[in-house]
Design a protein around this ligand. Structure first.
Ligand SMILES: Cc1cc2nc3c(=O)[nH]c(=O)nc-3n(C[C@H](O)[C@H](O)[C@H](O)COP(=O)(O)O)c2cc1C
Length: 186
């Protein structure tokens, strides 16, 4: 079993990420081969990066950074469920990535994006790709983009997956499952 963390990568109290991430986690469990851990960035509530040392040193002075480090370190692979803000990825999500370095390295990641508009946040996912590569992650080529997100939510925490979404997510999960974790030189 691959330890997969499904990260709800938005921090607004009414974020659309949570219902989508719940559905994504269910799909990942049904896919098989994954031990799924849901992670909510809103609950993690990281401050803006306030460590005196670079994350690449692994020297963390704050409890919140050490906790975040341990959580990310315990994963072998990730699915990021992320919104698009003003054509790009969000500041809190980038901040959460920037807090760490070695913990991300060599690990496969699949991207599920969403937006109110017609792109489904695909531009934000593509903008994130070089960031993920920079921290040594292995982003899947296939992605799932969910346009018109507000029409897919029922306001009571439910998410209605559009036609084809489950199949597209299965493709992302297949890729994440088959991507070999790359050993990182010490
Ligand atoms: C700051 C901000 C910027 C946004 N920019 C876009 C945008 O560029 N394109 C789009 O289709 N939707 C945009 N939206 C709508 C979001 O995609 C939609 O509200 C989504 O639910 C936001 O994710 P969240 O609920 O996790 O915050 C924006 C929303 C916010 C809050």
């Amino acid at each position: 079993m691959t330890r997969l963390h499904v990260i709800s990568a938005s921090v607004r109290p009414t974020s659309s990420a949570r219902p989508v991430a719940r559905w994504v986690a269910e799909q990942a469990r049904a896919h098989g081969g994954f031990e799924v851990t849901p992670v909510d960035l809103g609950e993690i509530a990281l401050p803006f990066l306030d460590e005196p040392e670079y994350a690449s040193t692994g020297i963390y002075t704050h409890r919140h950074t050490r906790d975040w480090s341990a959580l990310v370190d315990s994963a072998e692979a990730f699915l990021f469920v992320m919104p698009m803000y003003n054509g790009g990825f969000t500041a809190p999500f980038k901040n959460a990535i920037d807090h760490l370095f070695h913990e991300w390295q060599g690990k496969p990641v699949g991207l599920v994006s969403y937006s109110a508009g017609p792109t489904g946040g695909a531009p934000a996912a593509e903008m994130l790709r070089p960031v993920l590569t920079r921290v040594g992650m292995l982003p899947a080529q296939r992605t799932l983009a969910l346009p018109g997100i507000h029409e897919l939510l029922d306001g009571a925490g439910g998410f209605r997956a559009p036609e084809g979404a489950a199949g597209a997510l299965a493709g992302v999960l297949d890729e994440v499952a088959s991507s070999r974790r790359r050993p990182v030189a010490a």
